[in-house]
Design a protein. Sequence first.
Length: 274
Amino acid sequence: MKLKITAEAMIIIKTAVSVIVAYAFFEKKHLFVSVALGFLIIITYFLRKEKTIDKNRRTVERISDIFVFTGACFYSITNISISAGSFLVIVILGYVPFLWSKKSHMVRLIVILATNTAYFLGQPNALDFGLLLAVLITMRNSIKNFSYIKNKLLKYTKTTKHMKQVIIVRRDLNLSKGKMSAQVAHASVSAYKKADKKDAEMWELEGQKKVILKIAGEKELLEIFMKAKKEKIPYALIKDAGRTEIPEGTITCVGLGPTDSDKIDTVAGHLKLY
């Protein structure tokens, strides 16, 4: 029987081991630091394969870095400027949106493991060197990541293709504002999950344009839905659970996109704003 550890459990273990690393640094137990860092690198490697935590990866890695580099910088107080600068670059600048690089965290842990081990073996300046190297790696990857996103956006804006998402709501149901907002949110998220990955990425970079449109009733809504399906536009047909204002199974709205604006307009361009 194979023992399988969930992604959530690995996150908890990773956080706990990061705290242990910081504590070991404070207690000057460098052999224990190296062992704990090795275990932390193994956990990080397996977490990278877990797609379920992709959206929370930046938070998880930042928490780990806070503990690891608090300990490393505290022990390296022989040079306060190196310690403070390293902490600020890695824990703050390194996790700014568009600067954060998925590759940096693992490499930083490996660098600190190697230089801490060298310190344990008798190299007194190894940890300071490790912190500087971790900073350089972070800055290099952050600049590279920023340049990649900037160039991708510039390349995209030179084209005539732009992204949007529309949510078409039935007018005849006379939904309350709160109920309609909830249905629109369901449609938006559900359609987004079905969108092409590249289209969704560019839609996010453009500001996530959303347009709410109205339609007379269910028959007309289903006609739009079938046209969108035929044109291979990502869609989400929303049916209510029937717990509040309307009967269970009532079709309330449909979400289209994000995808090319012109493509969506071929099926919904004639509709008016809600």
